[in-house]
Ligand binder design. Structure first.
Ligand code: NAP
Length: 539
């Protein structure tokens, strides 16, 4: 039977206690709002709570990938490595929750199953998997972009007698692969990061690769104390400067030349330097046009393919690992540690399933279309997520007139600034589709969205406006702008999760805003200056 969880005086229901939800608790409290967050897991952390697969590490440097709202925290937190691993980042997020006393406003182990807008009261009512109902004027979906893991729909998947794991739902106690025959399906970031570590334990590792991806060496290392001290001294300028950059990360001088303006020798020397430095931003920022001009991009793509050919000894395997179906950077560029080197180990085998798909998972392993069988003890699904829209669509969200978000987005997401959806008043998103979220330093974008929404609520309340809604026209224009920006780049050339291409039947719409954080924030500022242009407010 449904019970009513006290909603007394509650202003904002927050769905999710990852980095976006946590910052919202902190920020909205400061604005004098009463908040409560609901979190599926038994602790904070979102992505960093669920993705515990071996080798899981952020692809943004640890000194950057952190909250910026507390200068004391910036100075006091010590990151042990250049790139934070899952455990370190989770520890940091837990520290933030404790330090700012955020847990008291979080209900853990609770999944929000529905959210319904009441036209008469202008309030949202959410229900939980425990049968509770909670109401509040505002609902903030801090549900994450890569939070709905998906196993592929392969014949016989449930018949396998061994163990199966999904990288995005990894057991807390870890997995011991010692002496086992392991199959990994998927070679996106999760597969590429976990494969070298699994190979260290497994007796035999078979990687089933449908699409080869570009990966660069992270060049991870213990934190350099000199670099750390310098970065910490520069934090105020770096944090402030992030807003004027495409990816919300300061410290990378913008490129000035086309890749086609310089000689091949100069280009390759530049790419080599960036390869040795490590990091994807630095690499993709080598020239002005790597993401807009196919011929320019080809030079960088070929440089990486040649690296793969030089690292991987077996030439057939090397060629299979060379991505040929998309320009570098148009799928999330991966950072790895010893990924390509792993294939030089005799117990590691790559099975190219591009033209020889997995036909079936049987009781004892995997069968490919050519009739070959691979006996396995464990299958690891590194097969990704129903990205960007999956988490919202899992909740039965009904806006004005009972319209469902699933119907509204059946041909692809439609939002205004990735923050609101027309027809869903008083419901806000943190880094929703058509925002730069996943194409930026995520924590920056989470904070920017939470701030933008908080300021808008304050503005509306100050004018006795209880209802805020994105106008349909503003939404149409923003979606169109988003598409135009994407189409002026090479991004749509890849079958990526940015396009919804990894989920069979999902509409193919380019979802993130790729016009750059600096342009997006400028647009948000202009909207504010014009009295929240495109948002309709009423009593
Ligand atoms: P992903 O990039 O979507 O990769 C999924 C992989 O599974 C792809 O290789 C895909 O092949 C394969 N796959 C899916 N269905 C398949 C099927 N039926 N048969 C065979 N192969 C199949 O997922 P992910 O690696 O989990 O990464 C998702 C995103 O999470 C990343 O792009 C990144 O943004 C984020 N992430 C970041 C980090 C980091 O910060 N370092 C780490 C992990 C994840 P196709 O390409 O052919 O579809």
């Amino acid at each position: 039977m449904a019970t009513s969880n006290s909603s007394e005086g509650l202003d904002v229901i927050i769905v999710g206690a990852g980095v976006g939800g946590l910052y919202a608790i902190h920020k909205y409290r400061q604005l004098g709002l009463k908040v409560r967050a609901f979190e599926k897991g038994d602790d904070v952390g979102g992505t960093w709570y669920w993705n515990r697969y071996p080798g899981c590490r952020c692809d943004v440097e640890s000194l950057e990938y952190s909250f910026s709202f507390s200068p004391e925290l910036d100075q006091e937190w010590k990151w042990p490595e250049r790139y934070g691993n899952q455990g370190e980042i989770l520890k940091y997020v837990q520290h933030v929750a404790d330090r700012f006393d955020l847990r008291k406003d979080i209900q853990f182990n609770t999944t929000i199953t529905s959210a319904t807008f009441d036209e008469k009261t202008s309030r949202w009512t959410v229900t939980t998997d425990k049968g509770e109902t909670i109401t509040a004027p505002y609902c903030l979906m801090a549900t994450g972009n890569l939070s709905t893991p998906r196993k592929p729909d392969i014949k016989g998947i449930d018949s396998f007698k061994g163990k199966t794991y999904h990288t995005g739902l990894w057991p807390h106690q870890g997995v011991d692969f010692t002496g086992l025959r392991v199959g990994v399906i998927g070679t996106g970031s999760s597969g590429v990061q976990s494969i070298p570590i699994i190979a260290k334990q497994a007796r035999q590792l078979t990687v089933f690769q449908r699409t080869a991806n570009f990966s660069l060496p992270a060049q991870n290392s213990p934190m350099d104390p000199v670099k750390e001290a310098k970065h910490k001294a520069e934090y105020p300028e770096r944090r402030a400067g992030a807003v004027n950059t495409p990816f919300a990360i300061a410290g990378y001088p913008p490129p000035t030349k086309s890749a086609l303006e310089v000689s091949e020798a100069e280009r390759n020397a530049t790419y080599e330097k960036k390869w040795q430095e490590g990091g994807s931003i630095s690499f993709l920022y080598a020239y002005t046009d790597l993401l807009t001009n196919k011929a320019a991009n080809d030079t960088a793509s070929e440089f990486v393919r040649n690296k793969i050919r030089s690292i991987v000894k077996d030439q057939e395997t090397a060629e299979a690992l060379c991505p040929i179906d998309h320009p570098i950077g148009t799928k999330r560029l991966i950072l790895d540690t010893n990924y390509y080197e792993t294939y030089n180990q005799p117990h590691v085998k790559l099975v190219n399933i591009r033209n020889n798909a997995i036909a079936e998972i049987t009781e004892w392993g995997i069968k490919t279309a050519d009739g070959k069988s691979y006996e396995l003890d464990v299958i690891v699904f590194a097969t990704g997520f129903d990205a960007m829209t999956g988490a919202m669509k899992e909740i039965d969200i009904k806006g004005s007139g009972g319209v469902s978000i699933r119907d509204k987005w059946k041909d692809g997401p439609q939002t205004y600034l990735g923050v609101m959806v027309a027809g869903f008043p008083n419901m806000f998103m943190v880094t929703g589709p058509q925002s730069p979220g996943v194409k930026s330093q995520m924590i920056f974008s989470c904070q920017q969205h939470v701030d933008f929404v908080g300021d808008m609520i304050k503005y509306a309340r100050g004018r006795q406006m209880r209802r805020i809604e994105a106008s349909r026209m503003a939404e149409i224009n923003w979606v169109q702008h988003n598409n135009e920006v994407a189409n002026s780049t090479l991004y749509p050339l890849a079958n990526s999760w940015y396009m919804g291409a990894n989920i069979p039947g999902k509409p193919r719409i380019f979802m993130p805003y790729v016009g750059g954080v600096q342009n997006y924030v400028a647009k948000c500022n202009e909207v504010v200056q014009k009295g929240y242009e495109g948002f309709e407010m009423s009593a």
